[in-house]
Write a protein that binds this ligand. Structure first.
Ligand code: FAD
Length: 351
């Protein structure tokens, strides 16, 4: 059966997906002109203290706007803005790392960052409309949709171009309105006032919400508070699931085994990197140790029934991603086993 309409929402990959969907003579030259943006996560308490909870939004020497803010106990600094053709291969290059550190030295000359304080790095692709502007910062950041007709009889393709996280609801509504019009259907549900995810039924009295859930589930107040901070009101599902069986904290982290199991079962986790890079903040905060990665892999492999070779493949793929895309070598992860143990021992002794 052929669909009546295809929606291409592949962000920076939009032209690549169109190439697979439409015959060449139907496709425009190029819709997307993605730019790569890289960021560093820095573990430097002095820098974090200087920020005092604030974000600094500043212009670097070359006129580019950069950003610096406290992030989950570390500091996030970025970013670059470099045109790319293939979003699948982007990574933060050594030149970008230098650029970001230079921009930091420009705005805060007194702060010195040691290489080992960069605990994670990442690059993403901004799905910007194609543009010939030589200064990438001037490319508009708004969004629009366009419908491409397949003159050889295939379904038309509605392409979503541009967009930001902060505008994804209205962008989704725009695409839905265009699709409904095309299909001659009318809208039955409006999203304008709808809350999402952990923002649903968000309590005015947070402490009361946390206390009630703690009392009704038997999970400690501190733990519920941490999960509320992490998931908003979606924490209720996590708390109920963790309370329904024996649970334990993963090595040296604030994530528990049943919490990870809940994410595996409800958040479409198919690979170790889904879990450690995208469904949790373990890797991006620089908290991840080799012990934790191995324990998460054991959990995932058991849940999925993976045989030993598949498990080894997942481990190797994840470690390659960490090394090549995020600047974290296996030796660094391994060294974090020791650091965390020392931290725990010190804490225990001082406690
Ligand atoms: C460095 C940087 C900083 C940013 N800062 C901000 C900010 O401060 N505020 C803000 O609001 N926004 C910000 N953004 C923008 C925001 O990240 C993007 O606008 C948003 O991610 C775009 O969402 P998307 O779903 O359109 O594309 P993406 O998030 O890129 O998702 C597209 C998805 O399609 C998948 N895909 C590709 N090809 C196929 C295929 N053939 N079949 C199936 N799936 C496919 C990809 O794997 C990907 O998961 C920033 C982006 C970057 C890169």
């Amino acid at each position: 059966m052929q669909p009546r309409l295809v929606i291409n929402a592949t962000g920076g990959w939009i032209d690549i997906a169109n190439a697979a969907l439409l015959p060449a003579d139907t496709r425009p030259a190029r819709l997307m002109g993605g730019t790569k943006g890289s960021h560093l996560i820095i573990d430097n308490p002095a820098l974090r203290d200087i920020l005092g909870g604030h974000m600094i939004y500043y212009e670097n020497e070359d006129g580019r706007i950069c950003i610096l803010f406290p992030y989950l106990g570390k500091v996030l600094v970025g970013s670059t803005d470099i045109r790319v053709d293939d979003p699948g291969t982007v990574r933060c290059g050594a030149d970008e790392r230098d650029y970001i550190l230079q921009s930091l030295a420009f705005v805060l000359p007194g702060v010195r960052i040691r290489p080992e304080e960069i605990v994670f790095q990442f690059a993403g692709v901004r799905p910007l409309p194609a543009s010939n502007d030589s200064f990438t910062g001037r490319i508009p950041r708004d969004h629009f949709c366009t419908v491409l007709e397949d003159r050889e009889g295939g379904p038309p393709v509605l392409c979503m171009i541009g967009g930001k996280w902060t505008t994804f609801r209205s962008f989704g509504a725009l695409a839905a309105d265009m699709a409904l019009e095309r299909l001659d259907w009318s809208r039955r549900v409006d999203t304008a006032d709808r809350t999402f995810g952990g923002g649903r039924v968000f309590p005015k009295d947070r402490s009361g919400w946390i206390r009630d859930l703690s009392e009704s589930s038997g999970v400690s107040l501190d733990r519920v508070a941490m999960l509320f901070e992490r998931y908003g009101t979606d924490a209720e599902g996590v708390v109920r699931f963790t309370a329904a069986g024996p649970d334990y904290l993963m090595p040296h982290t604030g994530y528990s085994a049943r919490e990870l199991l809940y994410l595996i079962r409800t958040e479409a986790v198919e690979h170790l990197d889904d879990l450690l890079l995208r469904r949790t903040t373990l890797a991006i905060t620089g908290e991840l140790s080799l012990d934790t990665a191995e324990a998460a892999l054991d959990l995932l492999a058991t849940e999925k029934g993976w045989p030993a070779p598949r498990k080894a493949e997942e481990r190797s793929h994840f470690l390659t991603l960490m090394r090549e895309r995020h600047g974290v070598a296996e030796a660094t992860l391994s060294a974090r086993n020791e650091q965390r143990s020392e931290l725990c021992e010190t804490t225990e002794r001082s406690g």
